[in-house]
Design a binder for this molecule. Structure first.
Ligand code: ADP
Ligand code: 5GP
Length: 189
């Protein structure tokens, strides 16, 4: 079936509107699965092994790196590894198309690996000032943490050049429309 086994990868600086747009896409009735990544961070709240993530100790994670079990992995925060397991993705791709939410370097590497089978979407806020305003307004992130994310955002923006599609999320309705057009065109190939 032509729709099976495709990847849609989302990456964005924090606060750009990635979750808002991914949730919108999920509400449109596409049958996407979510790729389950591995991480060395501990579970938060009700997160369960094998559902949100596969949770490993840093030692277990390093052993998997050494055994070449990852398509890509990154140390997204100091001491916190995240990665896409080859066996997991191949198994999930047999069943359905998959959405990925990975950091910008992971997005670039997944795109390089899966080439035309993958659509790499980069969500961008219209400006750094707007990004700061949205993170502040969202109200769930401490001011020092916001400044850290802003500093990182400037570096992350440099990865937009590797994306198949950059969605500048200034007007949300316009961004949703662009997203739908891009995804429909990709799935029609
Ligand atoms: P991310 O997942 O990229 O961190 P969110 O989707 O949580 O970002 O969006 C960050 C905040 O900005 C949220 O409060 C969201 O409601 C708001 N937001 C998203 N898109 C827009 C937009 N186009 N204009 C203004 N605010 C937006
Ligand atoms: P969180 O700890 O909030 O669940 O995720 C933190 C960050 O890790 C997010 O930016 C998310 O996109 C990224 N991430 C999650 N899984 C992966 C993965 O498999 N590979 C990479 N490179 N980044 C990931």
């Amino acid at each position: 079936m032509k729709d099976k086994g495709k990847l849609i990868i989302f990456s964005a600086p924090s606060g750009s509107g990635k979750s808002t747009l991914v949730n919108f896409l999920l509400e449109q009735g596409f049958s996407f699965g979510f790729s389950i990544s591995a991480t060395s961070r501990p579970p938060r709240g009700n997160e369960r092994h094998g559902v949100e993530y596969f949770f490993f100790t840093p030692e277990e994670f390093r052993a998997k790196i050494a055994a070449d079990e990852f398509i890509e992995y990154e140390e997204v925060y100091p001491g916190r590894f995240y990665g896409t397991l080859k066996s997991q993705v191949d198994e999930q791709l047999k069943q359905q198309n998959l959405l990925f939410d990975v950091d910008v370097a992971g997005g670039r590497n997944l795109k390089e690996h899966y080439k035309e089978n993958a659509l790499f979407i980069f969500v961008q806020a219209p400006s750094i000032d707007e990004l700061r305003m949205r993170l502040t307004k969202r109200g769930d992130t401490a001011p020092e943490e916001i400044e850290k994310r802003i500093a990182k955002a400037e570096y992350e923006m440099t990865f937009a050049q590797y994306a198949d599609k950059v969605i500048v999320n200034d007007n949300l309705d316009k961004a949703k429309h662009e997203l739908l057009e891009t995804v429909n065109a990709f799935l029609a190939i």
